[in-house]
Ligand binder design. Structure first.
Ligand code: SF4
Ligand code: SF4
Length: 101
C-alpha cells in the first residue's frame, strides 16, 4: 500500500465536499471493482496502483481491509461500483447545495 495510505479509520480528504465516504470491511469480498472504477476516474486507465481506494487481505482478521489514500477526492464513484454495500457515501452540506444548483 502507498505510504500516503490513511488507513481504515480514514477521514475523507474530501470532507466538507460532496460526500463523506466510509467503509465497512466486514462486507468486502475483495472483488476490487472499486479500485478499477477509481483508477479510471483518477488516471484514465484500469490500474490498482492508480486507485485511491486500497483493498488488502488481512490474514489475522481473515478478511479484506478497505483503506483510502490522499488522492481520494470523495467523488463517490467507488461507492456506486460496490455491489456488496461495503462502501457508503453520506452527502455533505456542500453536496446538498451542489445538487440544488
Ligand atoms: S469495497 Fe466493494 S467493490 Fe471494493 S473490493 Fe470490496 S466488495 Fe469489491
Ligand atoms: S471516492 Fe472517488 S476518488 Fe475516492 S476512492 Fe472512491 S472513486 Fe476514488
Amino acid at each position: 500500500m502507498a505510504e500516503d495510505n490513511l488507513g481504515s479509520d480514514w477521514q475523507s480528504p474530501g470532507k466538507g465536499k460532496r460526500f463523506n465516504i466510509s467503509a465497512d470491511s466486514e462486507k468486502c469480498v475483495g472483488c476490487r471493482v472499486c479500485q478499477t472504477r477509481c483508477s479510471f476516474h483518477l488516471a484514465g486507465r484500469f490500474s490498482f496502483s492508480d486507485s485511491a481506494v486500497g483493498i488488502t487481505w488481512n490474514p489475522q482478521q481473515d478478511r479484506f481491509e478497505i483503506s483510502f489514500n490522499v488522492k481520494c477526492n470523495a467523488c463517490g464513484r467507488c461507492v456506486n461500483s460496490c455491489l456488496y454495500g461495503a462502501l457508503v457515501a453520506e452527502k455533505t452540506e456542500e453536496g446538498h447545495s451542489r445538487w440544488r444548483r
